[in-house]
Design a protein. Structure first.
Length: 110
């Protein structure tokens, strides 16, 4: 499973760029690998979301501040949004579950 692409921009810059590209709602990771859509409020398995991009960033002042930002589309309503997922030592259960379940861009279907 490939790692998210590293991005030298900060979290705010990445989210602003995604918003400008139409990924405007917030997607919330949930324990068990589901994601709640910020538009329709429905929960769906992370693997059901279409993943446009997955970027990795580390805090400039704290390399331990690691996040992956997924630009995803809700399978229920088609809303486009971003999910911010922590990884590494600061990751929570929901972050780890969703990150493991997302289909990465470039992954081949089985």
């Amino acid at each position: 499973m490939p790692e998210p692409a590293r991005d030298p921009r900060g979290l705010d810059e990445i989210l602003a760029a995604l918003s400008a590209d139409g990924f405007v709602c917030s997607m919330t990771p949930l324990a068990g690998g589901d994601v709640r859509c910020g538009e329709c409020g429905q929960e769906s398995p992370a693997g059901d979301f279409e993943v446009e991009s997955l970027r990795r960033t580390e805090g400039a002042s704290d390399p331990g501040d690691m996040s992956a930002i997924a630009a995803i589309t809700c399978p229920r309503c088609g809303a486009r949004g971003a999910a911010v997922l922590r990884f590494g030592p600061e990751a929570g259960e929901a972050d780890e579950d969703v990150l493991a379940a997302l289909d990465r861009p470039g992954d081949s279907a089985t």
